[in-house]
Design a protein around this ligand. Structure first.
Ligand SMILES: NC(=O)c1ccc[n+]([C@@H]2O[C@H](COP(=O)([O-])OP(=O)(O)OC[C@H]3O[C@@H](n4cnc5c(N)ncnc54)[C@H](O)[C@@H]3O)[C@@H](O)[C@H]2O)c1
Length: 269
């Protein structure tokens, strides 16, 4: 291939959900740095405005909108407005998610439903809205879904609903990849291990059962010996969103320092 920089996203329009969060911001920085125009979406207005201001300072073209990705009509309206503002969205990063730490036997139906709605159904609604417009425009595109190691292995500690939703994200990824392959829309997912975001730090820095001891246990399970940084995730998203991954679809890529490869009896040296 003659392309000298397969990671170049000049002329692309990238929509990132959950863009006010720790990982979403890092993803926006990485894609913006490679020339993509950015459509930033979140439910948290002030935090989204803050992220949009930060990204604008980097010189990236930034547009943002406060939308709940579980609201079907709002998602369609979002895509119409984003298309008007920036052009056809050809990169979607399904990053927004929520979770809970509640034992399955205590988990209320409404909480279960909301987690499945945000983490799984929201991703479907976003992918459908983007693909409809991309197909009409006849353009190629890429969807990158934020799954988790919890999509393939169990975390315990009341992560039940989140983990089941992420398992669904993996299968959403494979099915959409097959459905849309002939239309030129690649669909892949990333499975991070624990990521060193400000939110994560507030959890593990608080003394108690979910505090420093848990952090030490997590790191022991990561052969590379550290948490992932938001930039590690952003770099993998950039790869899958770009032409560097033009032969890759339906892949579920661990960005986990080897966590999913480590057998319980596996021994590091
Ligand atoms: N942080 C980790 O350790 C980790 C590990 C594995 C996977 N992940 C995944 O990475 C992604 C980002 O995680 P994060 O740590 O940055 O989380 P975060 O909570 O900092 O960010 C998530 C963002 O999504 C937004 N959001 C929630 N519900 C929404 C809705 N209905 N509509 C629109 N926006 C909504 C939130 O307001 C928030 O800004 C998630 O999919 C998460 O499951 C995170």
């Amino acid at each position: 291939m003659g392309n000298t920089d397969a990671f170049d996203l000049s002329g692309r329009v990238a929509l990132i959900t959950g863009a006010a969060g720790g990982i979403g911001r890092a993803v926006a920085r990485a894609l913006g740095a490679r020339g993509a125009a950015l459509a930033l979406v979140d439910v948290r207005g002030p935090e989204l405005a803050d992220a949009a201001a930060e990204l604008s300072e980097t010189g990236a073209k930034v547009w943002s909108d406060v939308v709940d990705i579980t609201d079907e009509a709002a998602v369609e309206g979002l895509l119409d407005r984003a298309t008007d503002a920036l052009g056809t969205v050809n990169v979607l990063v399904n990053n927004a998610a929520i979770g809970t730490h509640t034992a399955p036997e205590e988990l209320e139906l409404a909480v279960w439903q909301r987690i499945i709605e945000v983490d799984l159904t929201g991703g479907f609604l976003m992918a459908r809205a983007v693909a409809r417009r991309l197909i009409a425009a006849g353009g190629p595109g890429a969807v990158v879904n934020l799954s988790s190691i919890a999509g393939s292995t169990a975390l315990g500690r009341g992560n039940f609903a989140y983990s089941v939703a992420k398992g669904g994200v993996n299968q959403l990824t494979r099915e959409l990849a097959i459905e849309w392959a002939s239309l030129g829309i690649r669909v892949n997912a990333i499975q991070p291990c624990q990521v060193n975001t400000p939110l994560f730090r507030t959890l593990v820095d608080t003394p108690g059962p979910d505090g420093p001891q848990l952090l030490a246990r997590m790191v022991r399970g990561i052969p590379l010996g550290r948490l992932a940084e938001p930039e590690d995730i952003a770099n993998a998203v950039l790869f899958l969103a770009s032409d560097a991954a033009s032969m890759i679809t339906g892949a579920i890529l661990p960005v986990d320092g080897g966590n999913l490869s480590l057998n319980a009896g596996g021994t590091l040296r």
